[in-house]
Design a protein around this ligand. Structure first.
Ligand SMILES: C[S@@+](CC[C@H](N)C(=O)[O-])C[C@H]1O[C@@H](n2cnc3c(N)ncnc32)[C@H](O)[C@@H]1O
Length: 251
């Protein structure tokens, strides 16, 4: 009789505590589930980006910050910055200057052009533009290098719509969101403005690249407000192809 009474008293008591601890631990299990079973948001986004096989976004960045941090790791390296601003300076500027002279000959660039170099690091290409007479030119990079290069992210350029006549970039492979990279160029170009990209189709760039491009077709698809002007082979610091677009008349 005594034992039976104990059992009837403790049963609902234990059940109540069990239910209470279950309710209290629900947030913990929810957190565990979200953390373990859902892929990081950014990774998920690139993995499902609908590019064809000729433009592949590299997986592996857990967030946009992780991507930016990786870019900065190289760009801020003091030993490399020393090399870029000394030994590389005189080696690279004449090569860029020849490309720009050629584009002037093709009437795609003029001394009166307002020009932007996207991802210009320490600004060798900007200096080259100025040396071929395009004095109103500036570069943009995650790390500024005054007075040649201002701070900016090419996925979200710090310029008004229709600002530039000419934009040059040899860093398309660093774009985590190629559609944003191109849309920002088209936004900040004036109607009839020209964009020239140097890209690598034949070889893969280093571990700092965020995408791999295997043909020109994906670029043509991304430049929605422009027409393709030319494609030609170049030898530009590991980049083998020059692709030029001209923005349509519409804003
Ligand atoms: C291969 S380097 C090219 C530098 C320069 N154009 C040259 O030829 O010497 C790539 C550059 O792109 C810059 N970059 C990478 N991601 C960027 C972003 N989201 N916005 C702006 N610049 C970026 C890096 O900081 C780096 O300076």
């Amino acid at each position: 009789m005594h034992v039976g009474m104990n059992i009837t008293l403790t049963k609902p008591f234990i059940l109540r505590y069990f239910l209470l601890s279950l309710i209290l631990s629900l947030p913990f299990f929810l957190f565990l589930f979200l953390h373990l079973f859902s892929p990081p948001q950014q990774y998920h986004r690139y993995a499902t980006t609908p590019y064809n096989n000729n433009l592949r976004i590299r997986p592996g960045y857990s967030s946009y910050d992780a991507y930016i941090q990786r870019q900065l790791n190289k760009t801020l390296n003091p030993r490399l910055r020393k090399i870029w601003t000394t030994r590389d300076w005189n080696r690279k500027i004449p090569v860029f200057a020849r490309f720009f002279e050629d584009l002037k000959g093709k009437k795609l660039l003029h001394t009166s052009s307002k020009a932007l170099c996207v991802g210009a690091r320490v600004g060798q290409e900007v200096e080259a533009l100025r040396r071929v007479g395009v004095s109103d030119s500036v570069g943009m990079d995650l790390v500024p290098y005054p007075p040649l290069v201002v701070h900016g992210d090419f996925h979200d350029q710090p310029f008004e719509n229709s600002t530039f006549d000419f934009e040059f970039s040899n860093v398309f492979d660093h774009a985590l969101y190629p559609e944003r990279f191109v849309a920002e160029i088209e936004r900040t170009l004036k109607p009839h403005g020209v964009c020239v990209l140097h890209v690598a189709l034949a070889r893969r760039a280093d571990k700092y690249s965020a995408n791999d491009l295997y043909s020109v077709e994906p670029l043509v698809g991304l430049f929605k407000r422009s027409v393709l002007v030319h494609v030609r082979g170049v030898n530009g610091f590991g980049l083998d192809t020059e692709v030029a677009f001209r923005k349509n008349t519409s804003r």
